[in-house]
Design a protein around this ligand. Sequence first.
Ligand SMILES: [Zn+2]
Length: 157
Amino acid sequence: MGKENEKLKLTIELVPSTAWTENLRKYLPKKDWDKIRKETYAKAGYRCEICGAEGRMNCHEIWEYDDKNHIQKLLGFIALCTMCHYVKHIGFAGILASEGKLDYEKVVKHFMAVNNCDRRTFEEHRKRAFLMWEERSKYDWQIDLGDFNHIIQQKKG
Ligand SMILES: [Zn+2]
């Protein structure tokens, strides 16, 4: 994580294209995923854990990337409002915007407001996030579900 990321409250987190199909949701029955979601929202006091907004929540998976061994590890979950969630997955937000389903400028403005930064800071952060995404997408990632590994093993066995 770069120096600038430490200053920014709200950052872009792009999942490598080679790991797109991997997420916990896929392995869990809907009721188990719903339980994780609801626990995450309750723990956060039904507020976005980054900007504090109330309203519709999204359960965001926090991943850590080991760029040496190419292991993607699940650290946990965070409750996010819809706008913060769009920033996290700004590639997806861009696709929605191109389909006329989302105002991309609103997402950019949310980033600038939460981070109290200018447009240039956003553009530079975005550029770096995409460069890292390109680099990470060259590799196949091994998934480590951390504390959730046992759930998966139970399911498989
Ligand atoms: Zn938020």
